[in-house]
Design a protein around this ligand. Structure first.
Ligand code: GUN
Length: 285
């Protein structure tokens, strides 16, 4: 039986730390501020944005929402980002992804002041992560590292396998595990002998976006299994990239879906917003 890694509990403790830190910053005259931009009416994006605003309110972070119609032009969106770059009460800017068709997401991200890029998606921040000289870490991979650490699990020297190579999760996840001295393999749709490679993993991170993709035969007994997936099974029920029912008896640690990695992403966003506010106001840790 695996030990369940409770993302809600770990996230609650990070949020409590954030709330304390925000209160201390306010005493020094700085209120961290986050602007969340949502374009169009994607229901999943709406839920994510509402959760982000709620988390800000609960921890004392000032937030502003900019909800734009799907008909917004590239130039209008770039102009909004420029305005937010110039707002002194806004330290973090998050443009919710995906953007409606026709809008160039990469160009929008590049317009964000890198010091306000709390997603760490800007090329400058991606480069900083690559060389290990970063201000912000991307929220989901940072949340995964926090979950692993919360269990007292050592990453150094461990065999780590990441399934998935997206810019948002897979690639930065691999870099963060490497920074923590893991020995890292990235697997993807063209990988041969996937199951055999995964079976070597002491720490297995699934970020493929396919329901129940990781089966019991892909897991080493006692492995740490982290599920970044947010999928729907054949009955439309929320599930992850890991076949939880069959993998759980074999793993040493496992994250559930929901209640694993998901709650950590927002907690890390709050932390990045604090970092951004310190960076821009000159406040020290
Ligand atoms: N859409 C889904 N996850 C994210 C995220 O972490 N940041 C942004 N900006 N958009 C998202």
């Amino acid at each position: 039986m695996a030990k369940l890694i409770d993302g809600k509990a770990v996230s609650a403790s990070v949020r409590a730390q954030v709330a304390q830190e925000v209160a201390a910053m306010k005493e020094k005259g700085v209120t961290p501020g986050l602007a969340v931009v949502i374009v169009g009416d994607d229901p999943a994006s709406r839920t994510y944005v509402n959760n982000k605003k709620k988390a800000c309110a609960e921890t004392g972070i000032y937030s502003e929402e900019y909800a734009l119609p799907a008909s917004t032009t590239q130039e209008e969106l770039l102009e909004l980002v420029r305005t937010l770059n110039g707002k002194p009460d806004i330290h973090g800017i998050l443009v919710q992804s995906p953007l409606p068709k026709g809008l160039d997401e990469e160009a929008v991200i590049e317009e964000i002041n890198p010091q306000k890029d709390v997603d760490a998606f800007h090329l400058q921040n991606v480069g900083r992560i690559m060389i290990g000289n970063f201000h912000f870490l991307p929220c989901t991979p940072a949340g995964v590292i926090e979950l692993i650490r919360s269990q007292g699990i050592e990453i150094a020297g461990k065999s780590c396998v990441v399934i998935g190579r997206s810019n948002i999760v897979g690639k930065p996840m691999a870099m963060l595990l490497l920074h923590n001295n893991g020995t890292v393999t990235i697997c993807h749709s063209k990988t041969k002998n996937l199951a055999a490679i995964c079976r070597e993993a002491d720490i297995l991170v699934a970020a493929v976006g396919r329901p129940k993709f990781v089966t019991e035969d892909m897991v080493k007994p006692g492995a740490v299994v982290i599920d970044v997936g947010m999928d729907r099974d054949e009955n439309g029920k929320l599930c992850g990239d890991v076949d939880f029912a069959h993998v759980e008896p074999k793993a040493g640690y496992i994250t559930p879906v929901p209640g694993g990695v998901g709650p950590m992403t927002i907690a890390m966003l709050l932390r990045n917003t604090i970092t951004a506010a310190k960076l821009q106001s000159g406040l020290k840790d």
